[in-house]
Design a protein around this ligand. Structure first.
Ligand code: U2F
Length: 564
């Protein structure tokens, strides 16, 4: 059956259920964004033309909202608790629905069981039974529940599961045996899924799929209106929970800011002003999302205190014409040195509160400075007050961008086909690559007959040998490209090293998330033995990694030029 775009979301609102504060928040958001989704659907339909889109039957099981997992989020919706996850789930549901797929939504174990056909009263079903869904979107809590209650079906159908995972799961943490042996075991990881089955809130490592969310879009008239109506001396602080304001040393930089600007906050409080919020701050209390947007429209500056990490609010601020000012982290925060990231299945180093804003947006919209350096901070404030910016929203965070990306995933990502071998082996023909004319990297040979129908199309591959100690994520970015883990198998051969003119004294094949790589001291080349361990993330000064990169669409880093 072909999927047909939908523009009326009222049936989706019914599917979403009711009762919980979190669901109420999500439904309000969906309702508010309906017109924006409908317009985006129209545009994407035009862009895709006659492209065939299969209708899928999809189950969305939001594990963190189930009572069985404790549901700590719902009671905090009106109290300044995290809303980012709810923003994202609301948008995922809207996108799947607008794309025209068959949808079921569950937020309790009972509903999950009845949708999976597990007989009531039975803990789990020991037999495999047909699964009525082509795809299941869930989170780590939901994954655990499915494992417990699906019996043998879990193993059989796990390739249909997609895990919404805000901060991402790196391959080294995902592979059970490897994680256990090498100290990468955490509370969350080791599910042995294809790392691309994990879907993140921002494009962290391309080892996972970037899911994202959307922000409100403005038309040209609104943009002009907002630009004209900005109060150049108005700042809004990023932080809806009082604990965020406990930050040590804030008096100093807030004092400086207060010399130049009127400072506003949206901090939740019960009856009295939270003691953490200085008296000179005009606190509005936690605002409903649309009113928060209105406040951002007037403000010149949105200022972060270092937490929360990587939330939606800075993108909304920038989309509403604010400049986002945030602190640089030196040394960077990570699961090794910071409580918040401890136990998360990633060793990514976070160099500022919002790395996406810093690296993908940057100046003039985003300023990243050292808050302990009063001169640098003050200079930034003065410069910001003089700087004119247009409201800006990266394409990948528009409704159209999100629809385009999810459409591509649904049509092309299939993790139920067994992955190819890590090693091409003796019978496989030579890799279809040649050394580029300037001898820096490998490219697809023009006359190569081997052009697998894989996705992304292998022709976009460019392979580079990383500098010692560099990860493939950074190596590709340095060349204006993005690491593409699905291309690793093409490079995992002696032939690839040979063509890159790497002088291997010997070649071994082992399990290591940094392989394929070249170790300089012994001139040894290492190949990857375990396909699940191919990883864009990760580095070690001992190795020069062999990195598969590809191009990407402007404003849509998840998709290569020829990916649609
Ligand atoms: C992030 O969670 P948060 O929910 O704390 O992220 P924020 O960026 O603060 O904003 C989430 C939404 O809250 C809204 C705003 C954003 O869309 O429009 N809002 C509001 O409705 N009223 C207000 O007064 C102020 C903001 C992240 F999303 C999570 O994934 C992380 O777990 C968490 C911790 O790092 O940070």
């Amino acid at each position: 059956v072909q999927a047909v775009f939908r523009s009326n979301l009222s049936h989706l609102l019914d599917l979403m259920g009711s009762g919980k504060e979190s669901l109420i928040f999500m439904k309000k958001r969906t309702k508010r964004l309906t017109a924006q989704w409908a317009l985006a659907a129209q545009r994407l339909a035009q862009k895709l033309g006659a492209t065939r889109r299969d209708q899928k039957q999809i189950l969305v099981h939001i594990g963190f909202l189930t009572e069985e997992s404790g549901d700590v989020f719902s009671p905090r919706v009106l109290k300044g608790g995290p809303l980012g996850e709810m923003v994202q789930w609301a948008d995922i549901l809207a996108a799947l629905y607008v794309l025209g797929h068959g949808l079921r939504v569950t937020v309790s174990l009972k509903e999950l069981q009845s949708n999976l056909g597990v007989p009531p009263g039975r803990g789990s079903c020991p037999l495999t039974m047909p699964l009525p869904f082509d795809l299941i979107y869930t989170d780590y809590h939901g994954l655990q529940q499915m494992k417990q209650h699906m019996g043998l079906s879990f193993k059989k159908y796990r390739c249909r599961i997609r895990v919404i995972d805000t901060f991402g799961t790196e391959p080294a943490y995902n592979h059970e045996e490897y994680a256990t042996l090498h100290g990468y075991r955490t509370n969350w990881g080791y599910w042995n899924l294809n790392p691309k089955q994990f879907m993140t809130m921002f494009p962290h490592t391309p080892d996972n799929s970037f899911m994202g969310f959307v922000s409100e879009e403005l038309n040209e008239t609104e943009k002009q209106l907002i630009k004209g109506g900005k109060a150049s001396n108005m700042a809004v602080v990023y932080g809806k929970e009082a604990s965020i304001w406990k930050l040590q040393g804030k008096e100093k930089f807030l004092g400086i800011l207060n010399k130049y600007m009127e400072i506003h906050g949206t901090v939740y409080y019960e009856s009295q002003r939270p003691p953490e919020v200085p008296a000179f701050v005009k606190n509005h209390g936690l605002l409903p999302q649309p009113e928060f947007q209105q406040l951002l429209r007037k403000a010149k500056l949105f200022i972060g205190f270092g937490f929360p990490y990587e939330g939606p609010a800075p993108l909304e601020a920038i989309a509403n014409g604010c400049i986002f000012l945030q602190s640089r982290f030196s040394p960077p925060h990570s699961s090794l040195n910071h409580e918040f990231f401890r136990g998360k299945p990633t060793s990514r180093e976070v160099f500022s509160q919002h790395p996406y804003a810093e690296n993908f947006i940057g100046k003039p919209h985003v300023w990243t400075v050292d808050y302990n350096n009063s001169e640098e901070f003050e200079a930034a404030i003065k410069a910001i007050m003089r700087t004119q910016v247009d409201p800006y929203l990266p394409y990948e965070y528009t409704c159209e961008g999100m629809l385009e990306r999810i459409h591509a995933y649904i049509q092309h990502q299939d993790f139920c086909i067994a992955p190819g071998p890590a090693l091409p082996g003796a019978h496989t023909p030579q890799s279809p690559f040649v050394l580029a004319p300037n001898a820096t990297h490998l490219e697809w040979a023009r006359n190569a007959s081997l052009a697998p129908a894989a996705w992304p199309p292998a022709r976009s591959l460019r392979a580079w040998l990383a500098a010692p100690g560099k990860a493939c994520t950074d190596t590709c970015l340095d060349h204006g490209l993005i690491c593409e883990p699905s291309f690793f198998p093409f490079l995992n051969s002696q032939d690839a090293f040979l063509k890159l003119q790497v002088p291997c004294d010997s070649t071994e094949s082992e399990m290591n998330h940094l392989y394929p790589a070249f170790a300089q001291p012994g001139q040894e080349c290492y190949l990857q033995k375990e396909p699940l361990l191919f990883s864009c993330a990760g580095s070690n000064s001992k190795y020069r990694r062999l990195c598969p990169c590809r191009d990407f669409r402007k404003g849509q880093v998840a998709l290569c030029q020829g990916c649609l």
